[in-house]
Design a protein around this ligand. Structure first.
Ligand code: NDP
Length: 292
């Protein structure tokens, strides 16, 4: 099966590694061509100089770009080159409305579409244990499944096109709320002189724990190591999508709206390259205290 992967970023690269093995025949493209050439040499696959060239013989095209905006822009150059009958799987954490527009344009050319954002981070991508949330027809999702299984463990059809993006956006809103609220709790406890490691140990044995408190805070906030695995710019984008969805659906959701506002401010303060958990630095600055 000929698979083309467009976008060798922090998470796209380890996902593509799994597709460099049999039964897939992999072609990669990346905006910074050097990365694609190095990847191709290391993993014995093809690298193309243009997205149009990369998709021209594909059965399956996978995109993993920052947002749906970049995917939609890329479509102009590739839509006439993707073979009729192919399937495009967009692993970008995208927005449902843009995914529906993309799917409609592809459908005119006889190309299927599944929005398939992932969760589990770079570690999960390396281990091949990502959760993949899919939106699309049952037939297209079943067709995508063997490809998604190369890097995913839990692959779920959430509904029609855009449903995968919507579930992912809500997951990201919860992640943002967990990070921010744990940061506030630990900053407050630091002011009372409670050691952050002790506090986290108690919380992680109690009902206030989350993936953030269990897996992100020990290394990044207590250890003050902030590996740049997932940019705050991307989480800001994700929570913005979630906030847009709650507005569209008329759902009162003040927590999600506030998370969008706080992460937008933190993104502006910390810049494009900061990791998402570095938002806790902003809480520390506002509170005038260091958690650890
Ligand atoms: P990165 O910023 O590391 O990589 C982005 C990729 O998109 C790079 O290949 C980059 O190319 C390419 N790109 C950026 N702008 C354009 C453009 N205008 N046209 C074409 N290509 C472009 O992002 P991640 O890999 O971290 O994230 C990718 C997607 O996966 C995002 O939607 C993110 O929200 C999602 N995601 C990320 C996770 C993570 O832990 N990192 C976890 C789960 C989901 P270049 O190399 O030239 O910069």
């Amino acid at each position: 099966m000929k698979v083309t992967f467009l976008g060798l970023g922090a998470i796209g690269t380890p996902m593509a590694v799994h597709l460099s093995e049999d039964p897939f025949e992999l072609t990669v493209w990346n905006r910074t061509g050097e990365k694609a050439r190095e990847f191709a040499e290391e993993h014995g696959v093809y690298a193309e100089e243009s997205p149009a060239g990369a998709v021209s013989e594909a059965d399956i095209v996978i995109t993993c770009l920052p947002s749906s905006r970049e995917v939609e822009s890329m479509l102009d150059g590739i839509v006439s080159r993707i073979p009729r009958g192919a399937l495009m799987i967009d692993c970008t954490s995208g927005d449902p409305a843009t995914s529906r527009r993309i799917a409609a344009r592809l459908a005119e050319k006889g190309v299927g579409f599944v929005d398939a954002p992932v969760s589990g981070g770079v570690k999960g991508a390396v281990a091949g244990t990502l959760t993949v949330m899919c939106g699309g027809s049952e037939k297209d999702v079943e067709r995508a499944r063997p490809v998604l299984e190369a890097f995913g463990k839990k692959i779920v059809r959430c509904g029609e096109i855009g449903a995968g993006d919507a579930v992912k956006a809500m997951n990201q809103a919860l992640l943002a709320i967990h990070i921010w609220s744990a940061g506030e709790a630990l900053a407050t406890l630091a002011k009372l002189g409670v050691d952050a490691e002790v506090a986290l140990d108690v919380i992680n044995g109690s009902s206030g724990r989350s993936n953030s408190s269990e897996n992100l805070f020990p290394e990044r906030v207590i250890g003050r190591k902030y590996p740049r695995t997932f940019k705050i710019a991307l989480l800001d984008k994700d929570v913005g999508i979630a906030s847009g969805i709650v507005a569209e659906t008329g759902t009162p959701a003040p927590f999600i709206d506030l998370a969008a506002k706080l992460f937008s401010e933190a993104h502006q303060l910390l810049g494009e390259e900061a990791d998402h958990v570095e938002a806790v630095r902003v809480i520390e600055d506002k509170a005038g205290v260091r958690i650890s």
